[in-house]
Design a protein around this ligand. Structure first.
Ligand code: ARG
Length: 585
């Protein structure tokens, strides 16, 4: 189904050529949704932008465009307003027929892209032997949603978990455990992640204070990197323990990811150095191998180096990312490579991308993007911490969301005099709690920081998961109440739009395609959230204004179709955010 916007674009482009000649071909008709619904549905601002090159008044230009425009099969006669806006209002019959088309389509009129890309999404990526924190939660939720949306658009997505599973911390951890808890290095399941994190902190303290400990730790790293069997075995056990714990969170959040940690690129690191050398970028500076960066300077205004191999031969985080980038281009055949991390890593990625570009590793048609996000703040506006000042553990945070959702639900059930099974209460509080956390994160423009508030995210009012889930539940309630099978609304079902609230809802339903295209481009899932929020609001306005079950035929069936389309759109849209709807709540 060609989107209405595409259709209008083609028409205005053709009119431009007809009115002003071939040289107009390819001019962007500057079509946008109308700034005010009073003026219609779309507007073209192109006449103003052509005033100078054409040396004519914008209103005259608009007039000539309109004279050469025929959109009568889907629009009312275009109107010229103000300095030269061209306003378009869609015909009601057109909206009705478009709705009928998407109503019969499980993709709701969103066609897969013509040229699918191979997209690599690097997200979540926690560190072994450390707890996953809220930053990883953001990365996990945002990355998953981006992956889902791109998959739905028809791209071939590789979801990669670039876990921090290599490096000096293992030397120190192994050294410490050998002393404090040797079983952990030889037996599986001897530790849980909580213990491991505790040991990690103690090991770090020893490392910072004790020179001898430091030395042994360093030797341990060298052993590990050289593939010493005992060190490798210990390292594997530590990774296994963390991995099990991470997996619980992924299962809980319904996240699919392929683990390919930093260690995977270990054998590719020397090649990075060789290739940088061949490209003439490698410089030796005080024993370290580095690349001098363009546009990054230190305090003295000197070009800043990116160290790719330390003087002791060890490699850095950036070196691994360079190797990973090469691998994702060469082996994974990525066309678009996306990294979802906190904003604090923006410089890191800018530097890695610069070096890779200068080395000639990124072909022109390949897009490499960092998708940054802001901090999660506590209610006081500072970085989210526990009362004791510790990092909040993800597990605790999710538990609390579910517990609070359960408490809210139980209060509501009591107030409404409803009694439900334990199974129902479990399912709904899990669903609502987890959805609330995900949605609270996704509904913010990811580049801003946001305040984490259980009360806000669990509220049934406002731009929250419960509000959207409730709109869906309300529609399912209509079907139960009227004994309606939405799949079977009769042979001659037809949509008829009479009331203003129906028209508004209809137009919104038809714009899903456009929204998903923007998200695909900008990688901002909050736009989809906003779309779904507006959809729920518009549905509620329609439902308050228009009788549905009480309406006479054919309006009854028409309105039931609008209800069902709203529900399927909500279900699909929420699924792209990683949120499952509930039939009742
Ligand atoms: N492990 C890193 C961290 O916790 C994130 C890794 C992101 N991905 C990457 N390719 N660098 O901060």
């Amino acid at each position: 189904m060609t989107s209405t916007l595409e259709r209008l674009k083609t028409n205005v482009e053709n009119a431009l050529v007809a009115a002003f000649g071939e040289e107009m071909a390819g001019t962007d008709p500057l079509l946008v949704p109308a700034s005010n619904p009073k003026f219609g549905d779309y507007q073209s601002n192109v006449a103003m932008s052509l005033a100078k090159p054409l040396k004519q008044k914008p209103r005259d230009i608009a007039g000539k465009i309109v004279e050469n425009l025929d959109v009568s099969d889907f629009c009312e006669a275009p109107a010229i307003a103000g300095p030269g806006f061209i306003n378009f209002t869609l015909k009601t019959e057109y909206l009705e027929s478009q709705l009928a088309t998407i109503a019969g389509d499980e993709r709701l009129g969103v066609e897969p892209v013509e040229h699918p890309q191979r997209v690599v999404v690097d997200f979540s990526s926690p560190n072994i032997a450390k707890e996953m924190h809220v930053g990883h939660l953001r990365s996990t939720i945002i990355g998953d949603s981006i992956a889902r949306i791109l998959e739905f658009r028809g791209h071939d997505v590789l979801r990669l978990n670039h876990v921090g599973d290599w490096g000096t911390q293992f030397g120190m951890l192994i050294t410490y455990l050998r002393e404090a808890f040797p079983q952990a290095l030889t037996t599986a399941d001897a530790l849980d992640l909580g213990d491991l994190v505790g040991f990690y902190k103690k090991a770090k303290k020893r490392f910072d204070e004790d020179e001898e400990f430091r030395e042994i730790s360093r030797q341990q790293v060298v052993k590990l990197q050289a593939g010493d069997a005992e060190a490798i075995r210990a390292w594997e056990l530590l990774c296994e323990q963390s991995r099990r714990e991470f997996q619980k969170i992924y299962d809980w959040l319904d996240i699919q990811l392929k683990e390919r940690g930093e260690s995977f690129y270990n054998s590719y690191l020397p090649q990075v150095i060789e290739e940088l050398d061949k490209a003439g970028l490698l410089v030796e500076d005080q024993g370290a191998k580095c690349v001098f960066l363009e546009g990054f300077t230190n305090k003295e205004g000197q070009p800043q180096p990116l160290i790719v191999q330390k003087s002791n031969g060890g490699y850095n985080y950036a070196t691994t990312d360079l190797a990973a980038l090469r691998y994702r281009i060469e082996k994974d055949k990525g066309d678009r490579i996306i990294y979802v991390t906190d904003m604090g890593q923006a410089t890191h990625f800018a530097q890695v991308f610069q070096v890779a570009t200068r080395a000639g590793w990124i072909p022109e048609n390949i897009e490499v993007v960092h998708v940054p996000f802001g901090l999660v703040l506590g209610e006081g506006g500072k970085k989210l911490k526990t009362r004791e000042g510790e990092t909040v553990r993800l597990r605790d945070l999710l538990h609390e969301a579910v517990d609070r959702a359960r408490a809210d639900l139980e209060t509501r059930l009591k107030e409404e005099g409803r009694s439900e099974t334990e199974e129902f209460i479990d399912r709904v509080s899990q669903g609502v709690g987890i959805s609330a956390v995900k949605y609270a994160d996704l509904s913010q423009n990811r580049t801003s920081s946001y305040v984490f508030s259980y009360d806000k995210m669990l509220s049934l009012q406002g731009n929250t998961a419960p509000y959207l889930l409730y709109a869906y539940v309300r529609i399912q309630g209509i079907s139960r109440q009227g004994n309606i099978d939405f799949q079977n609304l009769g042979e001659n079902r037809q949509i008829q739009l009479q009331e203003e609230t129906e028209l508004v809802l209809a137009k919104h339903l038809l714009s899903l395609n456009e929204v998903l295209q923007t998200v695909e481009r900008d990688l901002l899932p909050n736009r989809l959230c906003e779309y779904l929020y507006q959809l729920s609001k518009k549905f509620n306005q329609f439902y308050e204004n228009c009788p549905v079950l009480q309406a006479e035929e054919p309006m009854r069936t028409s309105r039931l179709m609008l209800c069902d389309l709203t529900a399927t759109t909500l279900k699909l849209g929420l699924s792209l955010l990683g949120i499952k709807v509930l039939e009742r709540m």
